[in-house]
Every structure is written in structure tokens, then in C-alpha cells.
Ligand binder design. Sequence first.
Ligand SMILES: *Cc1c(COP(=O)(O)O)cnc(C)c1O
Length: 398
Amino acid sequence: MTSRVFRGSFTQQEPIPEEAIEAAVAVMRSGRLHRYNLANDERGETALLEREFADWQGSTYCLALASGGQSIQIGLRAAEVGTGDRVLTNAFTLAPVPGAIAAVGGLPVLVEIDENLRLDLDDLDRKAAESGAKTLLLSHMRGHLCDMDGLMAVAARRGFRVIEDCAHTMGARWNRTKSGNFGMAACFSTQTYKHMNSGEGGFLTSHDPDFMARATILSGSYMFYDRHGAGPDERHFEATRYQMPNHSARMDALRAAILRPQLPRLEENIARWNALYNTVAAELVKCSAIAVPMRPQNEDMVGSSIQFRVPALDAAGCQALTRRCGEHGVQLKWFGNNEPSGFTSGHGSWQYFDSQSLPCTDRILSTLFDMRLPLTFSPQDCKLIADIILENVGTVRP
Ligand SMILES: *Cc1c(COP(=O)(O)O)cnc(C)c1O
């Protein structure tokens, strides 16, 4: 038995590209950091980024925002979700998702996940019928796209709209269609741990001009909506500009400058993430005690993190595995923890709405582990990480 230790950091991202640093310095030298503070014919970094992201994503409209969470909140508000409205969402997601529903006065209706961490479409169908919810906030949690054709069929049958939370699927595809292009709108994050890094930031995309006009005014555009890079025509603002409150959630020029040079590198980075993911997954599947989620043929993933279960373990075993891997430099997050910790929390700790019974999700999460795969890791690092996990699963197995 080896006692090798991994020395890398699971929270260390790559540096911002030099070109982006130069662009950011140029914005600072100009003094014009606010997105609407433009010289004569200037388009501005934020508007240019909106145009470029819309083109990359294949969406008609794109609005740059201060965070991914803000893009969800504004998306829900622009979809006219209000006080007391039920909103279907995944029981397995991160805190900003139910948080955004609560921020608009909505009531989350949590839907079970299956063993591959995808939304359970039968439970979705049942809860859509029971609750009468008119909106699904679909979280593509940890990049596991569900059967999007099946999901959209349930949506059509039950008459609810879909807003996609693509915080973990920027660049992923289902049957060659990019995630975010299935529902009426999609929300993206450019927070440090996602697929582009501006510290904080987000995008809202859609093909619906009236929805996008509402979102633009909500984002705090004042009457500068004509200074956007991928927004709807003026006529869509005629009534909306008097009706929507300003929620001040704009993206500034500095962050946009940091993001623009990252966009052309995204496809290459996706291939790099997938190489890291595949290295870890290829090792973990060799151990019969470990269940790695199945990745369907229809999915083109972005493997920026990996999840696996050790179904035979009890809570003490899961804690022991987390501790021992940690002692060897491998930081696992365990979704079965009753106490929220770091970025990780479960539906049981979102006590600002009524608790809901989710036996399948709870059973799956009770032995679910999660690990980031930052691009500062090499495939050799990933091999070592996988070896350490395998070795320690061996020591804690009942
Ligand atoms: C990060 C994240 C968000 C929100 O993004 P922020 O930019 O951090 O506000 C939303 N949903 C999921 C699943 C996330 O991981």
C-alpha cells in the first residue's frame, strides 16, 4: 500500500489570460468602469461581451449581470414569477437556486433525482400535476443533463415553462444542442469556480424579446437599454420601461474585459476538463464498490467536477473516507452531511421554506462524494488522486 500524498490545490484556478489582464488594465486606465460610461463611439466591453456570448451560445439575446444568482432571480422575475407562485426545481442543487426562488417570493417544489444525479422525470410529472406550478427552474447540477427531450415533453404536457440553470453546463450539449437553448431562458455564472472566471458575474440568455426587455430594465439599465450588445429592439421597451423596477445587477466593464478573451478559449478548456474527468472516472470504475454516474451518449459533457457514490458505506464510513482522503491531500465533498459546509448544503438546511420529503434524493446523497477538477491539475495528478481514492475506499469498506 502506498502512502502517496497529492500536493495540488482543489481551489486553485488557472491565471487570467495575459490578454485579459491587459484589457482590464486598459479599462482601469480609461476610468470608465460603469457599463454605460462610454466615450463617443465606444461600444463598451460589457456590450461587446453580450454580443459575443450570444453568438457563442446561439441565443438571440444575452444580458450580462453581476452574478449567476442574480441572473436566476432576474430570469424568474422577468418570467413574472411572483409571491406565492410554486416553482419546481431539483432537490439536489446549490443554495443560490432555492435562494433565487425565495428572493422573488416563490415557493420551491423540490423534485427527486435519480442515481445518475439527473432530475427524475416521473417525479417531475407527478409534482407538476399536484402543485400546478407554471415554472421549472432546472438546475443542471454538476453538469448532469437529464433527458432533455423527455423533459421538454413533460413541460409541454403539463404546461410549465423551463428556465435552465447552466452554472455547471456552460458549453455542454444534449443531442448537439447547447444546454440553455431548450427552455425559455438560461442562466450562467462566471464566478471563479465555473467555466469562465471574473470573480463574480453571470449571463441571462433567451430568444424571447419581451422577456428580455423586462430582464434588461430589471437589471438596472435605466434608459440606457440601447447601449446593450445583444438586446431586443426599442419597441419591446415601450411599456416595460415604466413597469419594471430597477434591481441594480449590472455587469461592469472591468469584469467584461476579463471575460472576453476567455470565451475563445472555452472549447479548448472543455476538452482539457474532459480529459481530467475521464482519467479519474476510468480508474474509479475499476472498483466495484464505487458507482460513477453514467454519462449518456446524447450528452457532450463538461467534466469540470466529478461525483461518485460508495453505496455500501454508512455515515461513519463516509466521514472516514472524507477524512482519510483529506489526509492524503484529496479534498472530497460529501453531500450526505447533515450540516452545511463550505459551498455544500442540502435541502434539509434550507429552512426558510417548508421541509419536503425526498427519500430517493436523500438516499443517493447519503453516499455521494464530489470533487472539483481545476485546470491546474494534470492527467497525472488525476491518476494519483484516483489511486488515493481507490486505496482509501479499500480501507473503509464494510
Ligand atoms: C454557482 C451556482 C449558481 C450561482 O452562481 P453565482 O454566480 O455564484 O451567483 C447557481 N446555480 C448553481 C448550481 C451554482 O453552482
